[in-house]
Design a protein around this ligand. Sequence first.
Ligand code: MG
Ligand code: MG
Length: 253
Amino acid sequence: MPERIDRKSRHEISLIRSAAKINAEAHLAVQAAIKPGISTLELDEIAEAHIRKAGGVPAFKGLYGFPATLCVSVNEEVVHGIPRSDKILQEGDVVSVDCGTIYKGLYSDSAVTWPVGSVKPEILKLLAATEEALMAGISKMLPGNPLDEISGAIEDVCLKYGYGLVRNYGGHGVGKKPHEAPFIHNFRTGEAGPTLEEGNVLAIEPMFNLGGDDVYTAEDEWTVLTKDHLPSAHFEHTVVVVKGEPEILTLLK
Ligand code: MG
Ligand code: MG
């Protein structure tokens, strides 16, 4: 039998909910600042200031040695981009912003890919499809469902549009730690995996590429890029399994 996924208590979920609210508000503050000419480091400073002002702590800063509050990944950068003062957003870019927050010791994790000014329609479609896959995966977060249904729903959306699928990275449990078991593949594994139960908290995070599946890690040992240098998109929410429809804790309102 596969291992059960940790079930958070009501109190723990309420703290994750607070962490997630701070996270979503930080994303909105960053979104408001995104425009051609701003650096990815400036976006990072906006997020950190917002999180600390709201009583939270940036979860990524120092995590495995990562130096910043946000992972900011532009165009062909898939994930784990390090914010830099000399990385300036340009009209037509897409920028993936990944944010982790801690509130009273509990964690949330969320990512969005934003367009910068006017972006080519084919790239906007990639963003929409990746977000569609996120929501399709989340819709399977029902008590009694096997974990692999989430993975399958994400893969199906990718196949429908014919995008590249990033296979080396995926979703995960979250809450008491930034990354908890289980790892959640963004494609069917053929194994049902653990059965979802009320109180499971998962970060679901599809990454789709305009071109092929393959990615590599840059010399900075953090930034993950597409091998063909075509753009990539990344969307993520922290979600709790409840009796009915799953509750998306990091929803941007
Ligand atoms: Mg994340
Ligand atoms: Mg994550």
